[in-house]
Design a protein around this ligand. Sequence first.
Ligand SMILES: NC(=O)C1=CN([C@@H]2O[C@H](COP(=O)(O)OP(=O)(O)OC[C@H]3O[C@@H](n4cnc5c(N)ncnc54)[C@H](OP(=O)(O)O)[C@@H]3O)[C@@H](O)[C@H]2O)C=CC1
Ligand SMILES: O=C(O)CCC(=O)C(=O)O
Length: 428
Amino acid sequence: MAGTTNAFEMAQRQFDHVAELLKLDPQVREILRWPLREFSFRIPVKMDDGTIRMFQGFRVQHNDARGPNKGGIRFHPAETIDTVRALATWMTWKCAVVDIPLGGGKGGVIVDPATLSTGEKERLVRGWVDIMVRNVGPRQDVPAPDVGTTGQMMGWMMDEYSKLKGEYTPGFITGKPLGGGGSEGRTEATGFGVIYTVREAMKHLKLDPKKCSAAIQGFGNVAQYAAIGFIEILGGKVVCVSCWDRIDKTSYTFYKADGIDPRYLMSITDQYGTIDKEKAKAAGYKIEDGGEWIKKDVDVLIPAALEGQINADTAPLIRPSVKLIAEGANGPTTPEADTIIQSRGIFQVPDFLCNAGGVTVSYFEAVQNDMNFYWTKEEVHDKLDTKMTQAFGAVLDMSLKEKVNMRDAAYMVAIARVVKAMELRGWI
Ligand SMILES: NC(=O)C1=CN([C@@H]2O[C@H](COP(=O)(O)OP(=O)(O)OC[C@H]3O[C@@H](n4cnc5c(N)ncnc54)[C@H](OP(=O)(O)O)[C@@H]3O)[C@@H](O)[C@H]2O)C=CC1
Ligand SMILES: O=C(O)CCC(=O)C(=O)O
């Protein structure tokens, strides 16, 4: 989706590299390099003007050895089957690295949701469920939100699935709104999970969070709560966020040297994620080109937008002050950029570890749906912190033991768990 980066090639290259380090059996590699199942379908939607429009949809189920496939549904105009394959593959590693009993899946629709009315969005997501109903469900494949989809859409999809099955089935989908089967803490889960891993990385690097600053790319769900967490949980300073401007069709960086106020910026962001530039300027923000976020003299960079953003062109722009990159987005760093970053000794918290907080609380949501008993926000935050801290510790231990970087170490932890499940089930 981002420029010329093919995300699935990236995911396969990362896997091949670690499979080689592990001397993984060639037949096992063949199972894990590709998704087990893929669905590509067209969804008819009656538009508000009475015409019928067809939308291309996808669902990819990479590997369900450890449990039902799990992963979001992305609505984006540049969605491709390869992006969905990559994201589904990373979900397998993500669920394994945080040790939740789920496999990897991801879905998508080629559409810009900002061009649809509320009714058209509802008919589109209900249509997605109508087509996929036989191949998704609490024990098969459990969707969730991702870029361009919302809690409300999850609510409509849960309703459609429940109607088709003839029984209330909240565990079919996660990221639902509160009061509609959702869990406390899911909204902020991914961003806060990023921050828990940043806290652990800072302990390892002996950095004082209160003296650290961060630059963030993106200002969607993940970026917003990563910014809030960096300030409110760690006591650090965030100097900028960047976001896509729907009207100008370009991205901008919103910079304030003495620290941004994410809650204020959220209050001036429209429903499509565009920050009001005039109001931001009046509040003292400098509006810069979208690429400026990576050039800031900060301690921490948090890419939290789309894949392929830190690449061979942009990695050389990273300032010497940067000690830590926490990957909030899926696949933000290309293998070429990884080489540059690692040669400079910058510590990375790799994507499928760093942003695993979302799926972890999605898992908690499904567990609560099954019990029909709901936890408080504090309980969810505590359980999430425990999971993220344990996962970070397991990956850091592997990295130190095997003398490999954190991305390779995360793959080693995750692959071992998936392979073990495949063995125990008699697949290999
Ligand atoms: N939500 C979740 O629970 C999880 C999400 N992720 C990953 O995190 C990333 C962000 O997802 P999420 O926050 O949910 O999605 P959102 O749709 O909420 O936000 C995406 C953000 O990226 C911005 N953006 C898009 N293109 C650019 C660009 N070229 N330059 C700068 N900003 C850009 C968007 O701007 P605008 O809104 O104006 O379009 C928006 O601010 C994705 O990689 C996603 O897969 C990973 C784990 C869980
Ligand atoms: O919450 C979930 O189930 C999945 C979140 C997701 O799609 C992701 O982590 O990339």
